[in-house]
Write a protein that binds this ligand. Structure first.
Ligand SMILES: Cc1cc2nc3c(=O)[nH]c(=O)nc-3n(C[C@H](O)[C@H](O)[C@H](O)COP(=O)(O)OP(=O)(O)OC[C@H]3O[C@@H](n4cnc5c(N)ncnc54)[C@H](O)[C@@H]3O)c2cc1C
Length: 389
């Protein structure tokens, strides 16, 4: 097995590093303010993602994307994951994978402008009683002539309060067998914000609850086929779980580097704190923890690129997400501890990274849900799925 990076991989990695350091790091503290990063700055960041040829990295060249392989996309996300304040979550870089199944007209209207940084997108799946268990979805679409009338409520619909369009998961006739994705334009009558919740990632971040009240959507706005809602979302899960893992590797590396540099300089009791074995061992454990998770990430990314079957990719992506997100939690916690009181201040990236990575154990399947997937796969296909090469 060869996971040596090619010259093209290294060039892409350097480009992503430069983008993160030039376009994301300078705005990190602003992202923590109540008002957040101003819209005109966000526009410039989006334009830069296009100039750096990072936008649409998960879509084919034919669809206007970059056609990068999974290893390359993980390299990019690892660099972006070093930025805090949710700044790595730039919609132009990773438009939902499900848009690959859009019609040519839908791709022109939605996918291409998203890749070009001109349109933003949200993904609305979760509901009040449907998070880990998406079978609990109760939002319902009923056909009336050429339209569907949709009623329900979506929770945790990140960015749906301002995104230009959303991908909405709803059950036709309330039947989970007919779970379907609809493309919903901003401002569609019947869609409104019921509540905005503040959260831990940054002060400006707001997670909306969206009310769908007799919202009329043309039948032509269905993405893929009726009943494909879960199928299309499953592909998104493989992709997102790998990218979350890559972001976490990047976050952990920045936290470890910051703490290690601090421990080299800070003195207590007449010596550098990094020379206390208690601190040196923490740094050693952090380095090994990162190395273990990163090796698994790139091994599995290379396997996906080599064309392993989708079910296997799904099984592996759960293990990768579980290992990398849990690792990042441990590393950022220890990094904060090494920096003492300064680790707790918002001016340093450590505290911000600590909060950023906490979310990653919850979204796109909690750590418990990843274990449910892994345990299920072991029952079906045997332990060798995870223990053999
Ligand atoms: C900031 C933020 C942004 C988000 N953005 C989006 C978004 O853009 N779009 C979207 O659709 N959703 C979004 N989500 C929702 C997110 O995907 C869900 O929060 C997540 O899937 C967990 O669902 P839940 O919150 O309902 O927890 P629950 O499903 O209620 O779980 C509660 C606890 O029970 C555990 N649990 C559940 N089932 C099992 C099981 N079978 N075995 C063992 N333990 C189990 C869970 O692991 C968890 O610890 C976002 C959430 C947050 C916090």
């Amino acid at each position: 097995m060869d996971i040596t990076l090619s010259a093209a991989d290294r060039a892409l990695q350097a480009k992503a590093k430069d983008f993160a350091e030039t376009w994301l790091f300078p705005h990190e503290e602003l992202a923590e303010d109540d008002a957040g990063v101003p819209p005109e700055t966000m526009k410039k960041i989006l334009a830069a993602s296009v100039d750096y040829e990072l936008s649409g990295m998960n879509h084919s060249v034919e669809d206007g994307g970059r056609g990068y392989n999974v290893v390359q996309q993980c390299l990019i996300y690892e660099e972006l994951g070093k930025a805090t304040g949710g700044l790595a979550l730039i919609h132009s870089i990773v438009p939902p994978y499900s848009l690959k199944f859009a019609t040519p007209e839908q791709k022109e209207k939605y996918l291409k402008p998203t890749i070009n940084g001109e349109k933003s997108v949200a993904f609305m799946v979760s509901e009040k009683d449907a998070g880990s268990d998406a079978r609990g979805i109760t939002s319902t679409a009923v056909q009336q002539g050429n339209h569907y009338v949709i009623n329900g409520e979506k929770w945790f619909a990140s960015h749906a309060n301002y995104a230009d369009y959303s991908l909405l998961h709803s059950n036709i006739d309330g039947d989970p067998e007919k779970a379907t994705l609809f493309i919903v334009d901003k401002g569609t009558p019947g869609m409104s914000v019921k509540h905005l919740s503040k959260h831990m990632l940054n002060r400006s971040g707001r997670t909306p609850q969206i009310l769908l009240d007799d919202m009329k959507i043309e039948a032509g706005q269905i993405l893929g086929e009726i009943g494909q809602g879960f199928e299309l979302t499953k592909d998104w899960f493989i992709e997102q779980r790998m990218f979350i893992a890559a972001r976490c590797v990047g976050s952990a590396i920045r936290a470890a580097e910051t703490a290690e540099a601090y421990a080299r300089e800070r003195e207590a009791f007449g010596q550098k704190v990094g020379d206390f074995q208690a601190i040196a061992f923490k740094i050693a454990d952090m380095a090994v923890d990162i190395m273990t998770a990163k090796t698994l990430l790139y091994r599995c990314a290379a396997e996906i690129d080599s064309g392993i079957e989708r079910k296997l990719a799904h099984a592996r992506a759960s293990a990768v997400k579980l290992v990398c997100t849990e690792m990042a939690g441990r590393v950022c916690d220890e990094a904060l501890q090494i920096m003492g009181g300064r680790g707790y201040l918002v001016e340093y990236p450590t505290e911000r990274l600590y909060r950023s990575v906490r979310l990653e154990r919850i979204v796109e399947g909690t750590s418990e849900i990843q274990r449910v997937v892994i345990a299920g796969q072991i029952k079906k296909r045997g332990l060798g799925l995870y223990t053999s090469l």
